[in-house]
Ligand binder design. Sequence first.
Ligand code: UN1
Length: 517
Amino acid sequence: MEAVATNFGINDALKQLGVKAINEGTSTGSNNFSNGPLIESYSPVDGALIASVKSTTKEDYEKAMTSATKAFKSWRLMPAPQRGEIVRQFGEKLREKKEALGKLVSYEMGKSYQEGLGEVQEMIDICDFAVGLSRQLHGLTMHSERPGHRMYEQYHPLGIVGIISAFNFPVAVWSWNTALAWICGDVCIWKPSEKTPICGIACQNIIAEVLKDNDLPEGISCLINGDYKVGEMMTKDTRVPLVSATGSTRMGKIVAKKVAGRLGKSLLELGGNNAIIVTPDADIKMTVIGAVFGAVGTCGQRCTSTRRLIIHESIYEQVKNAVADAYKQLRIGNPLDENNHVGPLIDTDAVEMYKHALEKVIDEGGKVVVEGGVLSGEGYESGCYVKPAIAEAQNDFEIVQHETFAPVLYLLKYTGDVENAIDIQNGVAQGLSSAIMTNNLREAERFLSHAGSDCGIANVNIGTSGAEIGGAFGGEKETGGGRESGSDAWKIYMRRQTNTINYTTELPLAQGIKFDL
Ligand code: UN1
């Protein structure tokens, strides 16, 4: 426990966030109905037990559902701009707690403090976005084919939104969903990853404060804890019209099937296998920054992480050497120490998967460019610190086709035209993010055209990760097809209704049908 006390003010951060440290008892968080067995959260930073949280039983889940159902009845009646005001206050609270929450994210999940702060900034940004949106939930009006009739469409609140989120963005992805769902008039039930339950408690405490200050029921935001079995309570529950799930493709396929089986809606944001194409016209300096941050940021555990570099043969050696040189500058260690670039992986299971990927790429005929390895010794006691690695590979290697959530970057060579690189880029099952580094307008436009990248995100002269909240976020193919955060992603949180109003004294039928009585 000493490690925690001396660890860059973590205990203060926990206090500010209303989380009980382990020596202070079990942390429950507001509106968390859980009474089941304890989930213990160990930090990958130093291996210390941060706190423990109770898991949700079937009975607890029912209590959460009752609370959410009741809250929805009043929340949906509040005008959307007033709901926006609540989200504005939530954004303000996040501004106040940005450092504390960013620190907790860094300590519980392992990403660098800078990235932890960035994640909280994404929460603030989506709140700002949602506040404006609360006055813009428009439908269209149409011209009726019948005289004296008016047609329009409107969007109504959907009900209870179930959120299943992953460990890698333990707070931001929840807020992408909640900020929109709340202004839309929905209430939310959240199951955070069982690997980052303390972040869940901290977020719940922040919104609970806002709801209390405004005399609003806490059922607007409910928290449930546990593994996939708790998630399953929501996926099969017809009282949850929308389940938004972020995580692996494997998990998404199970969720999709369960929710579709009861004709519910799901919003899926699943695995990526993101590539940067580097053409002969690329700016090499920019390429190196984009590729290295993309591959090692969040220790390679973003769904947008750069996994493949597809480099033209004419500049292959030059780019390979420049990226490998940049890897030599990387400092790996405690992510709360801002001198370090790369923190630990989430746990030792992730370390095993990383080791497996490195062995497998060599087995399949790949070649090491920057050697990996698990770090040990002082500062690395948790056993979760690894060296970011690079290997030369082929796109059809089984391991290259697979998303390994770790800092392993594959170099792939292309010859001839940019079309060949685009074929390689699209030649995987996943379709989240993609990028091209080029100063050649023709190549850039070909990459962005209908015959170009097949991903939900396609960037030019930017890496694959670090999307802004203003655009719709998500991808195609095995990424699941869902879109979260910006643009018109709000529409999935509402039900659409078409209205036709007759203000005449006649009742003409559409399509000119005669029905005389
Ligand atoms: C994720 O990894 O699930 O674009 C989300 C990015 C971040 C979000 C990643 N804004 O890298």
